[in-house]
Design a protein around this ligand. Sequence first.
Ligand code: GUN
Length: 291
Amino acid sequence: MSEIIDGRAMALLIRSEVKAEIEKERLEPNLAVVLVGNDPASKAYVRMKRRACEAVGIGVRVVAVSHDIEQEVLLKRIEELNVDPLVTGILIQLPLPSHINTAHVNETIRPEKDVDGFHAVNVGRLTLYSHETYFHPCTPLGILKTLKNVLGENGFVGKKAVVVGQSMIVGRPTAIMLQNEFCTVTMCDKYTKDLKRELESAEILVTATGVPHLIDPDMISVCDPGVVVIDAGFSKKGGKLVGDVDFEGVKDMVGAITPVPGGVGPMTVAMLTRNMLKAARFEKKRSVGLG
Ligand code: GUN
């Protein structure tokens, strides 16, 4: 019997833990979300993040700016948030318009307020050291937490993991986090010549390409029969939200699988609340001269 992983239930549990910690430690975290332009999907993500944060006692300020904003003006706005003592964490909703350099924007956020974990210092620390430093990106954190729930804390060592998709937001950091757990990791993407061959004997499959139903029953047939499939792809097919995996076609062929929606998405938002809790603890330490 395959396990259908309930991301919503896991996320609710994490959010209630974060709420209890915030109350117990009397923290007052505040998140600034920068939203550039009017992209409906970005607006929907920001609404979800706002709702989840506010429900656990995190204040949210959305800084909405025009699609045409000049890069220098945007960097100045971020610098203002960096030095604002009332801002605990900063998040720039991606993607950004093409005239803005995303790397430049990410590296303008102070690493200790970078709750998305996209600053080069945070990515570098994730890559170099297996222990946690400032922040790891939210979607990979949610993926690792989900895998730990299924496999156990020590269930990774020596497992063959295949990550499909090389984005900065999901694929690359997830692959590094799996390496840090001593998985043997194969990195692929939608251009991989023979994806089916790379999937042979895979025990963990994480996919985040945004190509609807890239992973079909024929590909899953060569994986380990107990493979745990984490689908972080989101796209529309025939007006319906679907993942990278043909869920209906493969759900009885795997050990466990996340649905879309209701799998990785809620866990990403829950991990943002957890990163905000961490940011608030850093802030408190600094304010009493320990940080
Ligand atoms: N766009 C899609 N996913 C993410 C994310 O995790 N963080 C930000 N800032 N933008 C995104």
